[in-house]
Each structure stands twice: as structure tokens, then as C-alpha cells.
Ligand binder design. Structure first.
Ligand code: HEC
Length: 108
């Protein structure tokens, strides 16, 4: 008489995939926007409708931002920015979100 033992299968390895959150989401109250003069005006003017990420990922010249603000008013229903506020926001965007995109958010 002969007995045989067959082992069926093997240990099942549970692979835990840990979604490691990128450390330290910025604690800024202005989200991903670079904190500098004008950030507050920019944040509050632009985020009622969409994330500030949309702003931060765009790199434009000052003239480009100028046109984009017109477009935002004419086509997207943004309240027109009055005189000085528009300058402050344009200065901010042109300085920190210009074509070289010095503050392009690093997505993980
Ligand atoms: C009244 C709502 C509203 C406000 C306020 C607003 N936006 Fe927008 N914005 C939109 C909408 C809607 C779109 C999407 C348009 C589309 O893609 O058709 C958009 C898209 C954009 C885009 C992406 C453009 C592209 O090429 O896809 C940028 C950049 C942008 N907005 C910048 C700004 C900035 C800067 C401000 C603040 C000065 C601002 N927005 C304020 C409604 C708004």
C-alpha cells in the first residue's frame, strides 16, 4: 500500500499595496499657490469656480494672463476684476506662474 500526499496550492501572499501619501501636503491656506504678495487676492478671485491647481498648472506671460482674465470674464462668467485688484493679480500671476513655470506644482 502506498499513500501519497499532495499539497494543493501554496500560501497565498497578501500583498499590501500601501498608497503612501506624499509627505506634507502644504499647510498653506491658499492651497498649492505660491505664497507671495497677491496670493490672497488671486486665491479668492479664482477659486470660487475651480481649483487653484488649474491656475498653478498654467504658465503664461503677463500678456497671456491678461487675455486669460478677459476670457474668464467674457466666457466663463467671472466677475470683472476692478482696477488695482486686477493689477495685483496680474503681477502675482506673471511673477509666479510665468512661462517658465517656476512654481509648477509637483504632482506625485
Ligand atoms: C465664474 C467662474 C470662474 C472664475 C471666478 C474663474 N474661472 Fe477660470 N475657469 C472657469 C471655467 C468654467 C473654466 C473651464 C473653461 C473650459 O475649459 O472650457 C476655467 C478655466 C481656467 C483655466 C484653464 C484654461 C485652459 O486653457 O484650460 C485657467 C488657467 C483659469 N481658469 C484661470 C483662472 C484665474 C487665474 C482666475 C482668477 C483670476 C479664474 N480662472 C477665475 C471659470 C472661472
Amino acid at each position: 500500500m502506498e499513500s501519497s500526499l499532495r499539497l494543493i496550492g501554496g500560501p497565498i501572499l497578501a500583498v499590501a499595496i500601501s498608497a503612501a501619501a506624499p509627505a506634507a501636503a502644504q499647510d498653506s491656506e491658499f492651497g498649492v499657490l505660491h505664497v507671495a504678495p497677491g496670493v490672497e487676492d488671486t486665491f479668492y478671485a479664482c477659486t470660487p469656480c475651480h481649483s487653484e491647481m488649474i491656475v498653478a498648472q498654467q504658465g503664461l506671460s503677463r500678456a497671456g494672463w491678461d487675455e486669460l482674465l478677459d476670457w474668464m470674464v467674457e466666457e466663463q462668467g467671472m466677475v470683472e476684476l476692478e482696477g488695482e485688484e486686477r493689477q495685483v493679480i496680474l503681477d502675482y500671476l506673471a511673477a509666479h506662474y510665468n512661462e517658465d513655470r517656476p512654481n509648477f506644482p509637483k504632482l506625485q
